[in-house]
Design a protein around this ligand. Structure first.
Ligand code: FNR
Length: 350
């Protein structure tokens, strides 16, 4: 309905210019140190970043994670970022398709196949909307945009900070199990900035989930976004919890330890460059994921600015591989690395 679309535009405004990445939050990636190799004995062009995802082959292990849809402005973001992903052989996700599930007139803002015919494309819906839609309803959303897979997002922290948000989180695993059975490896389960830890990841995998985006703490905070929209006591609780979550570095390293190598893992949440992408790949991610930086670049300077931001990221990622003497991610993972500070404490507990 109208309120869903209006809330989404308020979210976009806040994410474009607001203080949605609380400075005191950290991914803890600053505690991961890749080790310099003074004699790489390879050329930049020897780096092979190609990786399989959703039945396709990416040229680099990067997912532009789901953000938006439902309004004209959102449609422009989707088309620009999908086009970029197509050009550079990356994966792309649209944002929550709730708006189009409620009103099919909004479907056009999620349609990117005309500009991104071959991109690895993810649809997106919230866990609790999926309960209402059922397997068939979720499948219709995926098929309507010609997606290769469906992202199911978890956001209990955001919902509890949102005055109109959900307050009852029962029945989640049952829905995940049904969706995993129906979608197989076309389903991806993601958080939205508070992180998926090893216990939840293990349970998801037991239920048949084959793709997980840990989306940890340290980047966009949806609790903070809702705090900025809320007033009174709700805003105070939001302020208290805007640092809540599992830091991305802790989430990805612990989840990789908890699940087998066959599970495709995405690490998003505050990953902000090529070197940080290399760090999450070294910690066990198959793909790095990013939302806010590319959204902001697109809002500030359209497609050219977003493409420039992306090129900086891709160049940095290749550089990190060369400077660790790694031709691919498999070699990068075998290199020694230093884990220091608070990240060590997190990993000792997880
Ligand atoms: C998001 N995110 C998100 N996630 C999701 O599953 N469905 C959605 O509709 C949205 N919407 C959305 C809008 C905007 C403007 C942003 C910035 C983010 C969450 C996103 O996919 C990601 O999990 C987190 O933002 C963490 O990554 P970054 O932003 O720190 O790189």
């Amino acid at each position: 309905d109208e309120t869903t679309a209006r809330r989404k535009d308020a979210h976009l405004d806040l994410c474009a210019t607001g203080d949605v990445e609380p400075a005191q939050n950290s991914t803890l990636l600053e505690h991961v140190h890749l080790i310099h190799c003074a004699m790489p004995e390879m050329a930049v062009e020897d780096v092979d970043l190609s990786t399989p995802f959703l039945g396709k082959r990416l040229q680099a292990p990067l997912l532009l994670t789901g953000m938006t849809g439902g309004t004209e402005r959102a449609g422009a973001v989707n088309r620009d970022l999908a086009l970029l992903a197509e050009r550079h052989g990356l994966a792309f996700g649209v944002g929550s398709q709730r708006a189009m599930a409620e009103d099919s007139a909004r479907a056009a803002s999620y349609a990117v196949r005309d500009v991104a015919p071959t991109v690895a494309l993810l649809g997106n819906i919230g866990l609790y909307q999926a309960i209402g839609l059922g397997v068939d309803g979720v499948r219709r959303l995926m098929d309507a945009i010609g997606a290769d897979g469906m992202a199911l997002h978890l956001n209990a922290g955001q919902e509890l900070t949102q005055p109109e948000g959900d307050r009852d989180f029962r029945g989640g695993y049952r829905v995940v199990e049904e969706l995993a059975r129906a979608f197989g490896d076309r389903l991806l389960v993601k958080e939205t900035g508070c992180g998926i830890g090893p216990d939840v990841a293990r349970r998801l995998v037991e239920l048949g989930v084959r793709n997980v985006d840990v989306s940890g703490l340290g980047g966009t905070s949806w609790v903070r976004v809702e705090q900025l929209r809320a007033a009174g006591p709700q805003a105070q609780v939001g302020a208290e919890f805007s640092g809540w979550g599992i830091p991305t570095a802790a989430a990805i390293a612990s989840v990789r330890k908890a699940v087998g190598p066959e599970v495709r893992l995405v690490a998003s949440g505050g990953v902000r460059g090529g070197l940080e992408s290399a760090k999450v790949l070294a910690l066990g991610a198959d793909l790095a994921g990013m939302a806010l930086p590319l959204f902001r670049a697109q809002q500030q300077g359209g497609l050219p600015a977003a493409e420039e931001a992306l090129k900086v990221i891709l160049t940095g990622l290749r550089q990190a591989l060369v400077l660790t003497g790694s031709r691919d991610v498999a070699q990068l993972r075998q290199r020694p690395r230093v884990v220091s500070g608070a990240l060590k404490d997190w990993l000792a507990a997880l």
